[in-house]
Design a binder for this molecule. Structure first.
Ligand code: HEC
Ligand code: HEC
Length: 338
């Protein structure tokens, strides 16, 4: 008896199906295994299961003030399209060149100072720039432009915005911005506290903030970096203070890795990053910077998401470090005087 063609095809298919499914399952398993689970606290837009609460502090439309400033600004004056950078404390910094203080409205681009703030203090979702060298700042902006700093979470808004700015900035503007930020003195704005418990948080924009009336929870293997007052953060006050809650013992463990190389686990940082981690030539300063930022960089460099030419020097540094080691290092570096 001859089998109808269609039936034989179906039989062939059905015998192959389990194989196909098995192959598919294997590929998916590989795909899942390959997708890294980011340390959510350092990439907060990704926090798995993170509580998304109300978006920050309410706005009544009226003028706002921040401590130690005579300036009054409405939220629209701070975040509105075309608005110049909110400058609460003009005496804290020299006059800003246009690329730092004014958006390029026709290109829909924010100015450097909107994100990095007029004093170059930066915020946890971006980076402090004060006191980096003009050479380093220039190299890094070109690195964002050339795809060498995609970041481990390629969809993270602050990262994609930085890349867009890097692609649009002219060489003259970049030179002005680099000279401006390099001329600024880094200030201390983070208090690092070792603790078993940290405030419960939610994601506001791209940072963690204390959940209103949320109580506390175990800090675990995380650094919880939050603005002390969310409203000042949202008003983009460059003097906004932060607290970083870090696990007990992390500062000592971080110090051992940074200053001693962790008995061969890594390389002593100071030979390249300078005494007191204040930078050496174009090797960047690390002291007193946001632990979330520092963690993202160590994580990106270890996982191939920061591939700048000079980051090759960091390869052997991060190769043997675990995520916990990097967290301890970030905690310790953030605690150092800038
Ligand atoms: C939309 C916000 C935004 C704007 C505007 C912006 N940046 Fe950035 N910038 C970022 C973010 C976010 C990062 C950090 C990315 C990461 O976490 O790796 C960053 C990082 C940097 C770094 C790396 C610092 C380091 O220590 O390696 C430099 C340098 C820099 N920006 C310069 C500039 C300059 C110059 C301008 C203006 C021409 C500018 N940025 C405008 C968001 C911004
Ligand atoms: C052999 C020299 C060398 C050593 C040792 C070294 N670094 Fe670096 N590191 C660099 C260079 C160079 C860069 C800049 C990379 C670039 O241009 O992208 C860098 C960048 C970094 C950054 C990113 C900073 C930023 O502004 O984005 C961090 C964080 C960092 N290093 C941490 C460490 C720590 C922690 C140690 C010690 C455990 C260490 N480094 C040891 C050379 C070194």
């Amino acid at each position: 008896m001859t089998t109808p063609a269609c039936l034989s095809t179906r039989m062939k298919f059905s015998t192959r199906l389990p194989l196909l499914l098995a192959a598919l399952a294997a590929t998916t398993a590989v795909a899942f295994a390959a997708a890294p689970v980011l340390p959510g606290w350092a990439f907060p837009s990704q926090t798995p299961g993170g509580t998304r609460g109300p978006r920050g502090t309410p706005d009544d439309g009226g003028p706002k003030r921040v401590p130690g400033s005579d300036v009054a600004l409405t939220r629209a004056q701070i975040t509105g399209r075309g608005a110049p950078v909110a400058d609460w404390h003009p005496a804290d910094h020299p006059p800003m060149p246009d690329i730092v203080g004014k958006p390029k409205t026709e290109q829909n681009l924010l100015s450097c100072g909107y994100c990095h703030l007029p004093t170059g203090a930066g915020r946890p979702e971006n980076s402090s720039l004060a006191g980096l060298t003009p050479g380093y700042i220039t190299q890094q902006v070109l690195a964002f432009k050339n795809g060498e700093r995609p970041g481990s979470d390629a969809r993270r808004g602050p990262q994609t915005n930085m890349i867009a700015v890097a692609k649009a900035v002219t060489p003259e503007e970049l030179a002005q911005a680099a000279a401006y930020f390099a001329s600024l003195k880094p200030a201390k704005f983070i208090t690092v506290v070792e603790t078993e418990t940290a405030p419960k948080t939610y994601v506001v924009g791209n940072i963690l903030a204390k959940l209103p009336d949320g109580g506390t929870e175990p800090v675990g293997n995380r650094i919880i970096e939050v603005p002390d007052e969310l409203e000042r953060f949202e008003l983009r006050d460059a003097r906004t203070p932060y607290t970083a809650y870090v696990p007990p013992g992390s500062l000592k463990k971080g110090a051992e890795l940074v200053a001693g190389g962790g008995a061969g686990k890594t390389i002593v940082c100071g030979i390249c990053h300078g005494a007191d981690m204040h930078g050496l030539g174009d090797v960047p300063r690390l002291a007193g910077r946001s632990p979330s930022y520092l963690m993202r960089q160590l994580y990106d460099m270890k996982n191939g998401a920061r591939t700048t030419l000079n980051s090759a020097l960091m390869k052997a540094v991060v190769a043997g470090l675990t995520e916990e080691d990097m967290m301890n290092i970030a905690a310790y570096l953030a605690s150092l005087p800038p």
